[in-house]
Write a protein that binds this ligand. Sequence first.
Ligand SMILES: *Cc1c(COP(=O)(O)O)cnc(C)c1O
Length: 387
Amino acid sequence: MPDPILTMIPGPTPVDERILAALARPTVSHLAPAFVESFGACLANLREIAISEIAQPFVVAGSGTLAMEMALVNLVASDEALLVVSQGYFGDRWGELADAFGIRCDRLQAEWGQTISPQQLQQRLDAGSYAAVAMTHVDTSTGAAAPVADYCEMLRDRSQMALLDGVCATAGMEERFDDWGLDALITGAQKAFGTPPGLAILLASPRALAKRESRATVPAYSADLMRWLPVMRDPTRYFSTPPVNELLALHRSTQMVLEEGIAPRFERHARIAAAVRGGLEVLGLELFTDADCRADTLSVVRYPDGVDDAAFRTSMAGRGVIVAAALGSIAGEAFRIGHMGNIGVDEVCRTLDAIEASLVDQGLERPAGRAAKAAREIMSRGDRSQI
Ligand SMILES: *Cc1c(COP(=O)(O)O)cnc(C)c1O
């Protein structure tokens, strides 16, 4: 029986039954040969998904935020400076983390719904002296995708390390670890991987590992990359018990990403984003995010006049579709739809139908079924396969 609740928020995202089945397997020793093999294969798959030959993956129990923290405490010392490029709530989190560890931090802050231009980044790099630059691929608060390939071009041949928060993008939008010259790519299980929450994922460059190795100590124990490195290189080693079942689930998820193919998967995400937006347009709804920087993984949608946020989302939930509230200064004025991971046209249409009906509940007139029809048309253009 399909799950009656469709969770269309920007994480956790719907979990495919193949991934749930991996999670539900009997818990085995973290040293059991089959588990060790899956763990190693999962790490290799993550490297492939990040289009890298050189990255060292780390997966530990935790969340995306823990992976951000691991990157920062291992790679930036408290007598060094960090430049944060922020286009929203999660970009600001980089700054809060820096503050928590006494790392000097300058911030380049975009207006919400927009991004910092590569030229602005370049000017700041020329003016300051930073050990690293922390960026966010997709800020989940605003739906804005930064031009990270261009940022990385600005960082090429510079000493600053490039730290990228890919939590709301990795496995849904292209990230080229080696080509872009990334030093740390951070992500989590519960967004475009469509795996239950509970894992912090970090890929580190050889330069990043050398930086950590050059430091005698870091202000961390279980977040110290050096304690985990032997395990990640050889999963028969022990440092701290890995989350066996969650790792089996992530392994299954990475297999599904590679079975689909990363290019077709990114193309599916772009198509789904177009279908969602085509449907929203039919409903007369506007997006919060500037047209030139909209992410493929979520949409931030402005409420029309007279629609009450709480009542709308309650009405959605009553129809079995969960969407997320907006954060920060746009709370109450917009809602967020996650459309990433292992979803397809049916989830998109069910969401659009629920939005349409919930707007009608709020006294707006909307002709039945047109949004989903528009979305289906957009999805069926071209020859790509759907999940
Ligand atoms: C969700 C998210 C995070 C935080 O991840 P948690 O797993 O909730 O700690 C960080 N950055 C971005 C861009 C996110 O979308």
